[in-house]
Ligand binder design. Sequence first.
Ligand code: CAA
Length: 389
Amino acid sequence: SDLAIGIHDLSFRTTGLVLSHTELARCNGTDIAKYHQGIGQRAMSLPTADEDIVTMAAAAAAPLVERHGTDRIRTVVLATESSVDQSKAAGIYVHSLLGMEPHVRVVEMKQACYSATAALQFAAGLVHRDPQEQVLVIASDISRYDLDSPGEATQGAAAAAMLVSADPALLELTRPSGLFTADVMDFWRPNYRTTALVNGKESIAAYLEAVEGAWKDYQRRGGLPLEEFRAFCYHQPYTRMAFKAHRQLLETCGAQADEETLDHALAATTGYNETVGNSYTASMYLALAALLDDADDLTEQTVGLFSYGSGSVAEFFAGRVRAGYKAHLRGEAHREAIGSRRAVDYGTYRELREQTLPTDGGWYELPHETRGPYRLAALRDHQRVYEAA
Ligand code: CAA
């Protein structure tokens, strides 16, 4: 059918603390150029004791609910790989914090950094079935690697919330999708671990193989040719990865991959991720937010989106930017979320990493540290207690 379905509104939030790579490099003896140029990262968001994926998710989604109400939202999908419970969907806490009505289905999705894209496609299918319905899709993650490991410099945190609807104000999702799945152990986190395990070099190779695989599938299914795309939003575990990925895509097409071509396609997509760090499921959507917020007029232009989740599953798809989209953007609030984080020094960062939430089922009040609108207030009988801050 000709019904346009896609992203009607997009909002993200991050955590309250930030560690700069200058500070990290100063204390771990790394040449700062490795961080600033080599991986393209400048800072990483860190949570306060009373922030987690739920508080970030609710903070990201609240402005959407404020602007559009909840009447038409019949489904909430929260995508994460840093879940707080093995059974209960984190989205139910968000549904409650946002005061949504009970006639809603809420579910959590997981496949490493990819699952928000699965959620988006699921949402598009639901809206296609009933164009009156809106779906709230939230990607929320805190990425944590072992201290002093190569991955440490690529930590970060953010949540991106999207309202998916018919006749969207920002981005129309187009068909087909190019898909690629491979059973690889490039990055994973067993249930008993709080930090991810990663084979760094293998993860880069697996990501690049997925770029080629998903793009070829997209082409086989009648996707748009390379020349049609104005910009590309890649999953950005660190922002230089987008450059590696796009070079791979261009080479797959037999196209020239010089710096100017790469910059034209990517430069506007990295501004948020380079200072927030890896936000896993939210990362590609922060790239999209940066592009929409910061690029010159993109009206009716086509944007390529490449979503990658280790393990691995990848999807390449295209979106068309809608006329009048600029009136609906939230660039100022996004810059404020990033700019208002409190800087911590390396010592404080190491102390924060030692703090873990008790698991004995006792009653604990958490200190009020966040400046965000929602907080994890307490733990009681193995339950998490959230409240408006
Ligand atoms: N000046 C300038 N550049 C420098 C430099 C210096 N002094 N020192 C090093 N560099 C460059 C290197 O040349 C390298 O660039 P290239 O990749 O273009 O060659 C870059 O900086 C990184 O240097 P290393 O490869 O030596 O870094 P490392 O081995 O310490 O770690 C990493 C890099 C493997 C990405 C590591 O950060 C890591 O394990 N990260 C987590 C895993 C990850 O993000 N994987 C990405 C794909 S998987 C995915 O996308 C899913 C996900 O979200 C995790």
